[in-house]
Design a protein around this ligand. Structure first.
Ligand SMILES: Cc1cc2nc3c(=O)[nH]c(=O)nc-3n(C[C@H](O)[C@H](O)[C@H](O)COP(=O)(O)OP(=O)(O)OC[C@H]3O[C@@H](n4cnc5c(N)ncnc54)[C@H](O)[C@@H]3O)c2cc1C
Length: 428
């Protein structure tokens, strides 16, 4: 039960100056936090930390703290000598973001940049500009460092149950030592999975960055130009506008739909000779497109796509090799192509294991229900696509986890002894 105003006042007067029990993370002020990555999870966390705890959060922390002290079970343990009268105040956070990308990418709209429906600058946010210190308020905002983190090293001290981790050193590729942090939050995402297909890494393009989107756009336009050149043979012109999409998850299906709209609505007017030659092929290894969704939705998507001119969907077939101008399929056929876009799932980033985090069989970083990496005394959090949880690898999950980690960190005061309840994902 929340304390009555009288109880709260009495606690404030008589007990607050006497607390000695500290939150395990409340080792110094301000708390130094390193955020690794600048994607959905890390950027959301950066935003939340930059905003600081809300008034409601501060009030909740204080009330939680007071009611905690009023419970008979904790009274004897917590009310002893020493400590500061301000121990109930949340500890300020000094955050440093370290990432090998200096911008946040709004991935759901990346496909639209391939056709020019949305401009590149509209899907990218400079981390320095949006999360850095605003002029005139140097104490707010976070520090950004462009680097690829390679290793995390525990700084330990003898504790009652063996060695306690009291800090984490972050080591990067460009800067060997980024310093020791009280807390490190890892959000380095996942990498595209090529499933060992020969030539895929070299000759296919993934859709994960602005550079990838530019590449797709360039190849698309180059293909349309070549196919418009009537002095070339028909087969050569057809091959120039033969686009292959591997994988039929949401990314692939969205891109195919976006490109088809572009080719039908815009390119047909500007490239009237090339547009009728365009052939788009979607390849899916299983029997259903959009296999993460219901079979009804999958069949609807497939039937809608195949009704469109120049579109075909091949299911139960997968690429066995990708070459510069052709792609071999498991049914023995070979298709010519001028562009292969590869969106066949993701795999764990090997950097997680080399950082020293405990990983599962698939290579994802293990985390408990509070998103804490095991073996780091609660000082390393893992969130987003790189975490080995049963949740889908989506921006929604990454952003919710980040917001949760932010409130977790922002409610640490010198006297709070409990952590919040476990992270719970709420599907929108
Ligand atoms: C084209 C596309 C469309 C999508 N559409 C949707 C959608 O509509 N809805 C949805 O919910 N999800 C969508 N997703 C999935 C969503 O983008 C991911 O789930 C989300 O980005 C995961 O966030 P994250 O922060 O874990 O990883 P990421 O966003 O991948 O960020 C990882 C960050 O870590 C950095 N990094 C990597 N290694 C290191 C290292 N060693 N050191 C330092 N930094 C490092 C990277 O540069 C990057 O900044 C889409 C994905 C793609 C590719």
């Amino acid at each position: 039960h929340p304390p009555t105003p009288k109880q709260a006042q009495s606690v404030r007067r008589s007990f607050l100056p006497k607390f000695t029990t500290m939150h395990p993370l409340a080792t110094r002020s301000p708390m130094k936090v390193a955020i690794i990555g600048s994607g959905w999870a890390s950027y959301t966390l950066g935003q939340k930390l930059r905003q600081g705890p809300t008034l409601v959060q501060r009030a909740t922390t204080w009330l939680r703290h007071v009611s905690q002290k009023l419970t008979p079970a904790s009274a004897s343990a917590d009310f002893s000598q020493g400590d500061s009268a301000r121990s109930h105040e949340v500890i300020p956070i000094s955050a440093t973001m370290i990432s090998d990308r200096n911008h946040f990418l709004f991935t759901p709209l990346l496909a639209s940049t391939c056709t020019g429906t949305v401009e590149y600058r509209n899907v990218a946010e400079s981390v320095r500009r949006t999360l850095g210190s605003p002029s005139g308020a140097p104490s707010r905002g976070l520090t950004f460092r462009l680097d690829r983190v390679q290793r995390l090293e525990p700084v330990t001290r003898d504790g009652p149950d063996g060695q306690d981790v009291v800090g984490v050193r972050v080591c990067g590729q460009e800067r060997e030592d980024h310093g020791v942090f009280d807390v490190v939050v890892v959000g380095i995402g996942a990498l595209p999975a090529f499933h060992g297909t020969p030539g895929a890494r070299e000759h296919a393009v993934t859709l994960r960055s602005i550079a990838d989107a530019r590449h797709v756009r360039r190849r698309l336009l180059a293909g349309l130009e070549t196919a418009s050149n009537e002095s070339l043979g028909l087969e050569q012109r057809k091959a120039a506008v033969s686009f292959v999409f591997v994988g039929s998850g949401p990314t692939s299906v969205e891109l195919v739909a976006e490109l088809h709209d572009f080719l039908v609505q815009d390119a047909a007017k500007v490239y009237p000779i090339a547009a009728p030659l365009v052939q788009m092929t979607l390849i899916e290894a299983s029997s259903q497109v959009l296999s993460a969704f219901s079979p009804e939705l999958g069949s609807f998507a497939k039937s809608t796509m195949v009704r469109r001119r120049g579109m075909r969907v091949l299911t139960n077939v997968h690429p066995t090799a990708v070459h510069r101008d052709t792609i071999d399929l498991s049914d023995g056929t070979t298709l010519p192509h001028s562009l292969v876009v590869w969106s066949a799932g993701v795999e764990a980033n090997p950097a997680l294991a080399s950082m020293g985090l405990r990983v599962d069989k698939a290579g994802y970083a293990e985390a408990d229900d509070h998103l804490r990496a095991p073996g780091w005394s609660g000082r390393v959090f893992v969130m987003g696509d790189c975490a080995a949880t049963s949740l889908p690898k989506t921006a929604q999950v990454a952003a919710q986890e980040a917001a949760w980690v932010a409130t977790q960190l922002q409610s640490v005061s010198a006297s709070t002894t409990t952590t919040k309840p476990p992270f719970l994902y709420r599907h929108l």
